[in-house]
Structures are given as C-alpha cells and as structure tokens.
Design a protein around this ligand. Structure first.
Ligand SMILES: O=C(O)[C@@H](CO)OP(=O)(O)O
Length: 343
C-alpha cells in the first residue's frame, strides 16, 4: 500500500506498522512522530485525507463523530484511547489508601486534618506506583487532602506510560480558564486528576489531633474501638462510617462509575474509611462485614469492571506476569504494548 492513495470508509480502522520514524497526519492535524516499529491503529471516523509517512488514505462518507487515532503513545484526550478503549468492555479500577502520614506515624486521629506523608509514606507511594506501573490509568480521582494527592502523584511517577497527571481546577470559571491547556498534543499526554472533598477521610470530630492510645486510656478501649470501627456510631461531633459512606459512595456512583462505564481506567487515591465505604459498595459487604475490613497504607487494590460488575483482583504484588497481568488478557495486551513501545 506504500505511496498509493487508499480508499477507506468512515468507521473502519487500519493497523499501521511504521518502518521508519513517521510523522502521522490525521486530517490537517499533525499528530506525532512515531518511533520505528510502532504499531498504530487509525480509526477513520471522519472524512478527509489521512497520511502516515508516504501512505495516504482518502476517507469517504461523512460522519459527525470525532476522528481518533489509537495507540499507546498517541492517546488522545477523548475516550478513544488504547488505555481506555471501549473495544474491550472491561476497565481497571485501582484503589490506593495514601501512604503513611505524619499523624499515622504519631498515632493521632487525623480525619480531615490535612497532614502530609512521612518519608516512609513517600516510599510506600512509590512502591505502589511500581506495582501498578503496567496498568492503564486514564483518570485519577483523589480526595482534597494532600496525603492522598501526594500518593497519587508519586505513584504515577513510576508509571511506564509516562503521561503527566494534572489537577483540574473546576472550583470556578476563572480557575477553569486560568488552568486551561492550549496544546492538544500536551492534553493527549496528560491524565486529568479530579479532587473532591467527598473522598476525604471520615471527619473524626473532636478526636482529630488526639493520640489514639491516650484516648483509649481515657475513654476506655471498648468505647474508642466503637468510635473507630462501628458502622453507625459517630465519634463526638464527627462522622460515622455510615455517614462517610453516604457521601463517598454517592460521589463514586454519580461521578466515577459513569467514567468506568464509558471505558475509562481509573485510579482512586483516598483514605482508610472513605475507601472502606467504597469497597463495601463494590464488594456488597454488609455493615457487619465492613467493620472488620482494614486497609494498609500504600497498598493498591485492583478491580476489573466488566459488564456492570466489579471483580476484585486483589493487590498487585509486583509488576510481573504472575503478579497482575495474568488476571485478564486485556491487561496482558496493554503491558505487551508498553513493552513494544519502550524497548
Ligand atoms: O485517624 C484517622 O483518620 C483514621 C485513619 O488513619 O484512623 P482509623 O484507623 O481510626 O480509621
């Protein structure tokens, strides 16, 4: 097909293997220099002349949908990416509790106090990043607290796809306008990070800042255990797990689930209790079962979302075949594409 003008119809796709570094144009738009040996799948969803190196494709028959080019190095910001593509009806959902914070270290009730990570927490976040380095991530959700945001950002520094996580500022019109990015290419190489207080840790009320051991000594171990691990008994002026679940699960259902349904692979970096609430929803745990659920800091948990169901895959132990990628063919294929792209 070299040098020939090929006729394609709208809606068709074509796999191209570049035999030299190739500049690919989609319509009038220059897309990217492709590395040698890179496989590119072009989806012709818009009429126009397409070219890849010396190859030209005339796409006939109009369509209102957007043109998209699909490839590991070429993921556009739309939902049509290899990382998130609807061709497969399964996507990855990764949950990470933040790494150790300075108040975890000091054994203080933290709740919504905004405390950063310790050195150990930083290392845990980086290790979490290694474990998920071959799992596709198209969008990141974090709480509004720095320990969850640090964890997500540090973890993503290890990701092999090397997209840049960028926090979206949607708080008002000006924040949106002032953080706008004007290069489509740069947007394509970014991962939107959405922050919400609704994913915050359970608000611990008058226990925030108190030492857990001293509080147990003062009020009795049983009482403190009830505050910390019962389902519906709130600590003084704070949230019970049930109250925390109301806002965290509602946020998950209203905002995150629609993204999963549209084919996005998602990472959520949040907190012990906001994640326990979400896991209760995903795993359909009873209020009795959730009270025994404990989450360690910095350990990623993988779910596959398929046909409207959440399938728990546990924690990736290491970025190896045995550790994670044997789980689904799609994850194995994604890793293979990263290998092809990066070797
Ligand atoms: O202090 C907190 O905010 C939480 C999580 O660290 O503590 P607990 O173990 O009681 O859920």
């Amino acid at each position: 097909m070299a040098n020939a003008m090929l006729q394609q119809t709208v809606g068709g796709t074509l796999q191209l293997l570049s035999n030299s570094r190739t500049h690919c144009n989609v319509g009038n738009r220059s897309v990217r220099l492709l590395p040698k040996g890179f496989k590119l799948e072009v989806e012709f969803s818009k009429r126009g002349i397409y070219s890849s190196g010396k190859r030209k494709f005339n796409v006939i028959q109009a369509s209102t949908s957007q043109t998209s080019v699909v490839g590991p190095l070429l993921a556009p910001s739309s939902s049509d990416t290899v990382d998130s593509h609807m061709k497969s009806n399964e996507v990855a959902l990764i949950l990470i509790r933040h790494g150790e914070s300075l108040w975890n270290e000091k054994n203080l009730f933290t709740g919504c106090a905004d405390v950063p990570l310790t050195n150990k927490g930083v290392e845990e976040a980086i290790e979490a990043g290694h474990r998920i380095s071959n799992i596709p991530v198209d969008m990141i959700y974090t709480s509004s607290l720095i320990r969850a945001q640090m964890t997500a950002m540090l973890a993503m520094t290890r990701h092999r796809r090397k997209k840049v996580p960028i926090i979206l500022h949607n708080e008002d019109e000006r924040a949106r306008a002032w953080s706008k990015i004007y290069s489509e290419d740069t947007i394509e190489q970014s991962i939107p990070v959405i922050t919400s207080w609704k994913l915050n840790e359970r608000m611990y009320g008058e226990l925030q800042g108190l030492n857990k051991q001293e509080t147990a000594d003062k009020f009795g171990h049983e009482k403190v255990h009830e505050w910390r691990r019962s389902y519906d008994i709130p600590p003084p002026n704070g949230e019970s797990l049930e109250m925390c679940a109301e806002r965290a699960v509602a946020y998950f259902r209203d905002n995150i689930e629609p993204q999963l349904l549209s084919g996005k692979n998602i990472l959520i970096s949040a907190h012990g209790n906001s994640l326990r609430s979400i896991i209760m929803y995903l795993d359909k745990l009873t209020s009795q079962e959730v009270i025994t659920l404990e989450l360690s800091t910095g350990i990623p948990m993988l779910y596959i979302f398929k046909e409207g169901k959440f399938i728990r895959r546990g924690s990736p132990v290491a970025p190896t075949e045995a550790g994670v990628y044997a789980y689904t063919r799609r994850l194995a294929q994604y890793r293979q594409k990263l290998d092809d792209m990066l070797t």
